[in-house]
Design a protein. Structure first.
Length: 222
């Protein structure tokens, strides 16, 4: 089922601490940790080494379709997605990507007993300066599913690109506690996905905007 939404008199720009806590609890349930394994042969030593990658993703439907970064899941030996309870882990496969985009869709291979997952929706709206955003993710250094909130204090409309030369229009600066994990979602205060994290430098994070995410998702649905 879709997650709860929050509206407020500030035009979805500012949340009370209680609203922020409730929204985090809801959004956490649509966020997953993605672990990948990459097998490579070490020819001079005659053995196979398993490398790992970790990132995030966001569930888009009840059947376990997950949006993430292609750099995370490209050419890997296996993919697993762990739900927010940090005990339920499913195997997943790459089901969709397109040329010159750092986006990918993976799908959970088989849910337990007809389980239906909580999912989030993509917002096509461009962030306004000053709009509050919530970032949910994890990393090897932090406990699972930390949450941080910041404000869109810079909108990049031209000249800023990610590693695949796609234009991005969301960034956050000077927020030392911003949680960054490649592929992790960024939500607005109504609980919709407004960006997917793709890069960072110190306290700077960038992400593809919801409009690009929605365009990609619609391409998958034909």
């Amino acid at each position: 089922m879709p997650l709860a939404r929050y509206e407020n008199s500030m035009g979805n720009r500012s949340l009370s601490p209680w609203q922020r806590s409730e929204l985090y609890y809801c959004m956490m349930r649509s966020t997953v940790v993605i672990d990948c394994k990459i097998a490579r042969d070490v020819t001079d030593k005659g053995r196979t080494v398993i490398d790992t990658r970790r990132g995030g993703g966001v569930i888009l439907n009840e059947q376990g379709l997950i949006l993430t970064s292609l750099r995370l899941v490209h050419e890997v030996s296996s993919i697993s997605a762990t739900l927010s309870d940090m005990t339920t882990t499913y195997e997943a496969t790459l089901v969709f990507d397109i040329v010159n985009s750092d986006l990918a869709l993976i799908k959970i291979s088989e849910l337990e007993g007809g389980q239906r997952l909580m999912y989030a929706q993509i917002s096509p709206q461009v962030l306004d300066v000053g709009q509050e955003v919530l970032s949910i993710g994890s990393s090897y250094q932090l406990p699972p599913f930390q949450c941080s909130h910041s404000y869109a204090n810079e909108l990049v409309t031209f000249g800023t690109q990610n590693v695949l030369n796609e234009e991005v229009n969301w960034s956050a600066h000077d927020f030392p506690e911003m949680i960054y994990m490649i592929g992790s979602p960024v939500y607005d205060s109504s609980g919709k996905i407004v960006a997917l994290q793709q890069g960072h430098n110190s306290h700077h994070a960038i992400g593809l905007p919801g409009e690009k995410l929605l365009e990609f998702y619609l391409a998958y649905n034909g």
